[in-house]
Design a protein around this ligand. Structure first.
Ligand code: ADP
Ligand code: MG
Length: 327
């Protein structure tokens, strides 16, 4: 795959061939002026965009084209899932330096399209442009039953706060990558979580289907900050037990609270919903209960039932340690 030989149209043709058939809901995908989607009655459509730019969101020194392709789509799938929607398809806008190698393009597309197939989220269109640095802008589209989307504004006092998976691995992984030393196998596993996250993007739609939740956010900026988005939008507070936070192996509590890019799902359920273990079984992933939504509009972190002053634990410190690549 050589950009100089293929040219723009050759590249689009190659992408089209590799993307293969789209979902039946798309009447027209790649190849016309625009893609054509037939929505199902009773559903609302979800749109989200996320871009990765060389030297802003990633460096080739700490990642590889295949991982980057996976990640570019995965972060969009995470946002679609956090709305409770199932993915329908995505658009891809590539910004390519003239010097981009065939190996880079090929690796990027294979990582991206493998993720697309696994998620049943076809590539249905996009654009290609010359650019100073490599970038990939993705717009993903999803669908959710009308009125049932998971909203940041829907948390209510008394609701319980839960999270999927374990937190902090991506931040610990990025730290290991930036040390520029040979990685141990444990560090490699963490680095992989940072380079090519696999968000539980089916958990959101499952919560909607089971009628368990109305409120969710994906943990992209760190637990404290993302929970704060829910609290702000819902005009509520929360009490969160620090000892309940599921810290990934090899990560610290600070990584879990303040490190970004874990792409786990943070959500609330009503007071009478089943236990975290039962919900975890239904979602087919680990689910941990962290605390409760309160009427008083403050986030209180507790240890052994007692509030821990956020300043003492370093709220700002969380910010400084938030290892969101290079932004
Ligand atoms: P136009 O000039 O109408 O914008 P293009 O030549 O840019 O058309 O695109 C032709 C077709 O190829 C369109 O269906 C478009 O969505 C698709 N396409 C262009 N770039 C990409 C890409 N990076 N990935 C997938 N499809 C693409
Ligand atoms: Mg175009």
């Amino acid at each position: 795959m050589n950009l100089r030989e293929l040219g723009e149209f050759g590249l689009i043709e190659a992408i089209r061939r590799r993307a293969g058939a789209s979902h039946p809901q798309w009447r027209v995908a790649i190849g016309d002026d625009a893609a054509l989607l037939t929505p199902k009655p009773g559903e609302e459509l979800v749109f989200t965009a996320d871009t990765v730019v060389e030297n802003v969101h990633f460096r080739w020194r700490t990642t590889d084209p295949k991982s980057l392709g996976r990640k570019a789509l995965a972060v969009n799938l995470s946002d679609v899932g956090a709305m409770g929607a199932r993915p329908l398809g995505f658009l891809l806008t590539l910004g390519l330096p003239r010097s981009v190698s065939g190996k880079t393009l090929d690796g990027f597309l294979s990582g991206l399209l493998a993720c697309a197939r696994a998620a049943r989220c076809p590539l249905v269109g996009g654009d290609v442009t010359r650019a100073g640095e490599f970038s990939a802008a993705i717009t993903a589209i999803g669908a959710v039953t009308r009125g049932r989307a998971l909203l940041r504004s829907a948390a209510r006092p008394g609701d319980r706060v839960l999270v999927t998976g374990r937190l902090g691995a991506a931040a610990a992984g990025l730290r290991a990558l930036e040390r520029r030393k040979r990685l141990t196998s444990a560090e490699l596993a963490l680095a992989k979580r940072q380079r090519a996250p696999s968000p539980p993007f089916r958990a959101g739609p499952a919560l909607v289907r089971l009628g368990l939740s109305r409120c969710a956010i994906d943990v992209s900026d760190g637990l404290v900050r993302d929970l704060s988005h829910i609290l702000d939008e819902s005009r509520v507070g929360a009490r969160l037990a620090l000892e309940s936070v599921p810290v990934a192996k090899g990560a610290t509590l600070d990584d879990a609270l303040g490190g970004g890019e874990d792409y786990e799902l943070l959500f609330t359920v009503g007071p009478r919903a089943p236990s975290a273990a039962v919900i975890g079984n239904r979602l087919a992933c680990r689910v941990t209960e962290l605390g409760v939504i309160t009427r008083q509009r403050r986030l209180i972190l507790t240890r052994a039932g007692r509030p821990v002053a956020p300043i003492a634990r370093g709220y700002e410190h969380f910010k400084a340690s938030s290892a969101r690549s290079d932004k």
